[in-house]
Design a binder for this molecule. Structure first.
Ligand SMILES: Cc1cc2nc3c(=O)[nH]c(=O)nc-3n(C[C@H](O)[C@H](O)[C@H](O)COP(=O)(O)OP(=O)(O)OC[C@H]3O[C@@H](n4cnc5c(N)ncnc54)[C@H](O)[C@@H]3O)c2cc1C
Length: 403
């Protein structure tokens, strides 16, 4: 079989990439472990808040209808300075209605999203290999992939969506810089007595934050608790009652009594930035190219924009009968993604350092910014738009009405 593109990785970004490229008419091989049904897979406890443009992409790919019953609308985001700082900043609330939107986006369990995307991809790609790629060899005209269990695949382009330790990135000789913050996150869910009313709450303290994000049950939210790695390890050791009490205390009464908590999993907080998103016959997407701390719900939204942009670049080449893995296509892809990826990666890094800082002038500056945001609806709207939208034109699958 003549494969145009081998997509490596069956996380949410790889699956969306395979679907986006198949939607554009390319012949795709998808390689990566098959997800287990989410009920048997409690360990990816992450949820992802997906902004409007990501939701538009899921609509265009034909998976939104089955995702919607599992998706909770995010109507407002409330940011609370819970530090003991002299310059404690006032609370700031961003409301989707200020942008004339019903919701900023929707919060969806990663495991559900992966299951939905995989089911669709299994019927959309030309070949599916539910196993790991063990070796990638790049020749001038092709990429050759060796898959566990012995299969060999030859394609003109590899889309590397194989996450943090990407073998596609390494095979293409693309260097990546990594920074560890000495922090980790617990992702879990909990039920609470007061309804969330579609509001996500971020409580920031020096050294860490707790963010709740609404789930479909009005009395249930997901939570991301970021702290020093040792503190997170200690929280992971607590039994359910101990963790519930710690969470109750940390939430300072927001959302009322904590009633039950779900399975907990721990994730390292790191920044990773590949020096380029494209190498010889290789395009990197998602966490193979960039990892950010989970602040401001940026990671997967960024990965989906990679996927949709790659589909545009390959689609343009296809119109002229061009090679999807040519240097031209790949340098266009890299240029198209650079600004968005760099501004998000280093913007979130800056935010993360400012939240960690005990430096008084920086805390005072945060207070001034919060006052400014409260006083100025146009400034609030600008910040909301920057948070949700890339600085560049949206790729076609993400434009409203693309579906
Ligand atoms: C606590 C937390 C909360 C978050 N919340 C949000 C949020 O609200 N909004 C948001 O946008 N983002 C959020 N993120 C980020 C988001 O979860 C990630 O960006 C996203 O899951 C990354 O997906 P990915 O497909 O790029 O990588 P991964 O999920 O790591 O997938 C990589 C895939 O590649 C496969 N693989 C690896 N090696 C090979 C190989 N050799 N061959 C074949 N397959 C291979 C793996 O099995 C895996 O399936 C959050 C992250 C964390 C930690």
């Amino acid at each position: 079989m003549d494969i145009d593109i081998a997509v490596v990785g069956t996380g949410p970004t790889g699956l969306a990439t395979a679907l986006a490229l198949a939607h554009g008419g390319s012949c795709i091989a998808l390689i990566g472990p098959a997800p287990l049904p989410h009920r048997k897979q409690p360990l990816d406890t992450r949820t992802a808040a997906l902004f409007e443009s990501s939701v538009d992409m899921l609509k265009a790919l034909g998976v939104w209808e089955v995702t919607l019953p599992h998706a909770a609308p995010l109507k407002a985001i409330r940011i609370i300075d819970a530090s003991a700082s002299l310059f404690r900043a006032p609370d700031v609330e961003f409301r989707a209605s200020e942008l004339d939107l019903d919701a900023f986006g929707y919060n969806i369990a990663n495991s559900v999203l992966v299951e939905v995307l995989y089911a669709k991809a299994a019927h959309s790609v030309a070949a599916l290999y539910p196993a790991n790629v063990e070796r990638v060899e790049l020749t001038p005209s092709h990429a050759r992939l060796s898959v566990a269990q012995g299969a060999q695949i030859c394609a003109r382009l590899v889309a590397g969506a194989d996450g943090r330790n990407s073998i596609c990135r390494k095979a293409a000789g693309i260097a990546a810089s990594e920074h560890a913050y000495g922090q980790a996150a617990i992702a879990t869910s909990f039920t609470h007595r007061a309804p969330h009313r579609g509001v996500s709450i971020e409580l920031h303290r020096q050294g860490g934050s707790v963010t709740t994000v609404p789930l479909t049950d009005p009395a249930a939210s997901s939570v991301i608790w970021i702290d020093d790695t040792e503190e997170i390890q200690a929280l992971m050791q607590l039994d359910a009652e101990g963790f519930m009490a710690a969470l109750q205390d940390r939430l300072e009464g927001f959302l009322g009594q904590v009633e039950e908590t779900g399975a907990r999993a721990q994730f390292p907080i790191a920044r990773l930035a590949a020096e380029t998103l494209a190498g010889h016959r290789t395009a990197l997407v998602g966490e193979a190219a960039h990892i950010l701390p989970p602040i401001g719900a940026q990671g997967l939204n960024l990965g989906l924009r990679d996927a949709a942009t790659l589909a545009d670049c390959v689609g343009e080449a296809r119109k002229h009968g061009g090679d999807p893995g040519s240097d031209d296509v790949l340098s266009t892809y890299d240029r198209a993604r650079k600004v968005d990826v760099l501004t998000r990666t280093y913007g979130i890094d800056l935010l993360s350092h400012s939240l960690l800082s005990g430096f008084l002038p920086l805390q005072a500056a945060r207070g001034i910014v919060s006052h400014g945001l409260n006083a100025s609806p146009p400034l609030r709207r600008l910040v909301m738009r920057i948070g949700m939208m890339p600085p560049t034109e949206l790729p076609s699958l993400m434009r409203p009405g693309a579906h």
